[in-house]
Design a protein around this ligand. Structure first.
Ligand code: ADP
Ligand code: MG
Length: 698
């Protein structure tokens, strides 16, 4: 970056030390360069004039030409306002000032033609512009252009740095200085993508003359931003694969053959077969595997994980699988134990509730290599857990683990074990490419055959009686039912009371001994939780009232009804995951979303989406549109989301082409050694230094 752009913002005309401090704090603008890279979020075409009689819609920005009269102070002494009538050839509207009326009154000249600009409102049934921006027509510059809008904050506003104020600073920057910006992209990419130059884009993004300028500038800057992100990912991935040796699992393994021949409970789906092939290929390469397995709820990820673990064990390595909750770990243990019961293989379970007395022999056996597969929770990460020869790690429902936790697994062997992380529900493609762009990705895009579709129904609270009738019918048919309540940190106490009230109401309507009702929530002791879970799994209770502790992974095939209370308070991914708890057996299943009548637009969209589709990939895309990437990926990973201009929920196509372009580039010139790639190389090196730790998940 040139020296000029590194000048502290304080020295720009119109800034000074006080405003500089605010700009740093509020918008992260420290230098001229930072200001240059603070882009407008929208523009207004100032060449268009509206008519008083045809204002487009409430809150639209409008520009008018006309004259002012009827200037008067209105309201009470405590709430005084200045108002004026503004008239053009088509009619009149009102102007109003809530503050500064005294001063403005003196400035206004009745009968003089003004250009007026502002946000159109309807106040007391009359079109009104509060605090219009007024310029006498003889002072309006001929060149209208597009007016940029910059994000500001309350504090900046108070210091005169609203969007207009920031626009002025940017103008100073361009007027005072000959801004020269370096081109980062090589000529061949600029040509191929039909990009305008970087310096042209930076000028146009702040001061476009027309729509085309805006489009070109945005495209260029978005492409550049996403391209560097993808390039960084690919380089990290390449470096990791080259630098980190991996265990080689050469044999197909007697164990696996046995399992395939005699113990596979069903034919694998084609998608499962394909993914297993991808994993086996990685196991043979001698490089470290870091792979993300994406698949919808119920697509059979566990079986894929088990088969991969059997390959590791067949090659005399240990394997482990880590789940985010005890319930889930227990369940994996039970499922896997059942699947391998006739195979000579030693399993163990380790969770927070494993007793001390049991731990000592377990750790001992693990270190001696007598345990082949260890199944558990975060407890696996603890230091006393030492393996004899850990070769492969599966991390289930990876979004529940932090990066640091996952990193710990790497260090459980001198050569890091191969890593497979699995998602609970699909992640939209653009996000997967961006967040996990340095991982290899496998996708199970097919559900096992014979699944009966789940009927999803949205009902209002007032239908509860009918709902109870339906529940009784299902129970009479021998089915079991989940009822899930939200329990959110911010409103924990209230939510907890709701849950308990709900439990009581259900217990009253479904009385013992005819009906058995269980409850499971996060505040219960692990053994109590496990006890209730087991009762439900064994079919001893009919109804399970729970919080989202049952959200991930729980598998009770006889449960055929999922009722979600206050469904409007759940996100789409959560709703989909919850719905995935039913439809696992042979019976027709139902998911019933209970809400109040009053729903926000977004809540309506969520309910509508759930009713309309059960495809997790589709739901993930809607979720991204509704929530945006930051919320979707959680704060843990949001650092990478500080994108300046690209929007992962809207710019999917640019992400794709940036990825492809970066891929081709790396294929042709892996170390960026060509002279044409010199600047790229420098830029990438800085990027890698800026984020040294990010990217190694798993
Ligand atoms: P998820 O991908 O959500 O973790 P699971 O691994 O729990 O899904 O699998 C869901 C259910 O599907 C399990 O009961 C499992 O036994 C079953 N299943 C897995 N693979 C197949 C298959 N190829 N054919 C039939 N059922 C399968
Ligand atoms: Mg699972």
């Amino acid at each position: 970056m040139s020296e000029l752009l590194q000048t502290p913002i304080e020295f720009l005309k119109g800034v000074g030390p006080q405003r500089a401090q605010l700009l740093q704090k509020e918008l992260g603008i420290f230098t001229y360069g930072d200001l240059l890279h603070t882009y407008p979020y929208r523009y207004l075409d100032r060449s268009i004039y509206h008519k008083c009689s045809e204002l487009p819609y409430i809150d639209s920005y409008v520009q008018l030409v006309g004259t002012i009269d009827n200037i008067k102070e209105v309201g009470t002494a405590r709430f005084k306002r200045l108002s004026a009538r503004f008239t053009d050839s088509t009619g009149s509207i009102e102007f109003i000032w809530f503050q500064g009326g005294q001063w403005i009154k003196q400035m206004l000249v009745a009968g003089l033609p003004y250009q007026a600009f502002g946000k159109a409102k309807v106040i007391n049934g009359v079109w009104t512009i509060p605090h219009p921006e007024l310029t006498p027509m003889n002072e309006v510059s001929k060149k209208a252009g597009f007016q940029p809008f910059y994000s500001s904050t309350e504090k900046l506003n108070q210091k005169g740095l609203n969007t207009k104020g920031i626009e002025k600073l940017v103008q100073h920057l361009f007027f005072q200085h000959d801004i020269q910006t370096k081109e980062f992209l090589p000529e061949h990419i600029i040509k191929e993508q039909e990009l305008i130059s970087r310096s042209e884009a930076l000028k146009k993004i702040h001061r476009p003359n027309n729509e085309i300028d805006i489009k070109q500038a945005r495209f260029r800057l978005k492409f550049e931003e996403l391209f560097f992100l993808q390039l960084e990912m690919l380089i990290r991935k390449g470096t990791r694969i080259q630098a980190i040796k991996g265990h080689v699992f050469e044999q197909s393994g007697e164990l696996l053959n046995q399992f395939y021949a005699h113990h596979l409970p069903f034919e694998l789906t084609n998608a499962q077969k394909r993914v297993i092939k991808e994993i086996r290929k990685d196991f043979l390469k001698g490089h470290h595997m870091n792979r993300l397995l994406q698949g919808d709820v119920g697509s059979g990820k566990t079986l894929v994980a088990l088969i991969a673990m059997l390959i590791a064990v067949g090659n005399r390595f240990q394997a482990c699988i880590m789940a985010p909750t005890e319930i889930l770990a227990n369940q994996h243990y039970e499922t896997i134990r059942e699947l391998v019961k006739d195979i000579d293989i030693k399993l163990a379970l380790l969770t927070g509730s494993t007793k001390k007395a049991a731990r000592i022999p377990l750790f001992d056996a693990l270190e001696k290599g007598e345990i082949n597969i260890l199944i558990g929770t975060h407890a696996l990460l603890e230091d006393p857990v030492q393996f004899h020869n850990l070769g492969f790690v599966v991390i289930d429902e990876q979004h529940r683990f932090g990066v640091a936790q996952r990193g710990k697994m790497w260090r459980k062997n001198s050569i890091p074990p191969h890593i497979l992380v699995m998602t609970a529900t699909p992640i939209p493609r653009t996000l997967a490419m961006t967040f996990y762009g340095d991982l290899d990705v496998s996708v199970i895009d097919e559900l096992p055959p014979g699944r009966k579709p789940i009927s999803t129904i949205h009902r209002f609270d007032s239908h509860r009686l009918a709902l109870f009738g339906f529940m009784r019918k299902e129970i009479a048919l021998g089915r079991q039912i989940y009822i899930v309540y939200p329990l959110i940190k911010e409103s924990e106490k209230l939510d907890f009371n709701n849950l308990m009230d709900g439990f009581e109401a259900i217990s009253r309507s479904f009385p013992m001994p005819e009906y058995q009702v269980s409850i499971v929530h996060g505040k219960m002791k692990p053994d109590a939780k496990e006890y209730e879970m087991q009762r439900f799994i064994k079919g001893e209770t009919h109804i399970m009232v729970a919080t989202t502790v049952i959200e991930v992974g729980v598998n009770v095939p006889n449960a055929s009804v999922m009722i979600i209370e206050s469904a409007e308070r759940f996100g789409l991914a959560q709703l989909h995951q919850l719905r995935g708890r039913v439809g696992r057996g042979a019976e027709k299943s139902y998911c019933i979303l209970m809400t109040g009548y009053e729903l926000s637009k977004e809540a309506k969209k969520r309910m509508g989406t759930m009713v309309a589709t059960s495809d997790g990939f589709e739901i993930a895309e809607v979720d991204l549109q509704l929530r945006g990437p930051g919320d979707l990926m959680g704060t843990q990973q949001s650092g990478i989301l500080e994108l300046k201009i690209a929007d992962l929920s809207k710019d999917g196509e640019i992400v794709n082409s940036a990825r492809e372009t970066a891929k081709r580039l790396i294929e042709n010139d892996p170390d960026l050694l060509l002279p044409a790639h010199q600047i790229l190389r420098e830029k990438v090196i800085t990027l890698l230094k800026e984020r040294p730790n990010w990217g190694t998940i798993g």
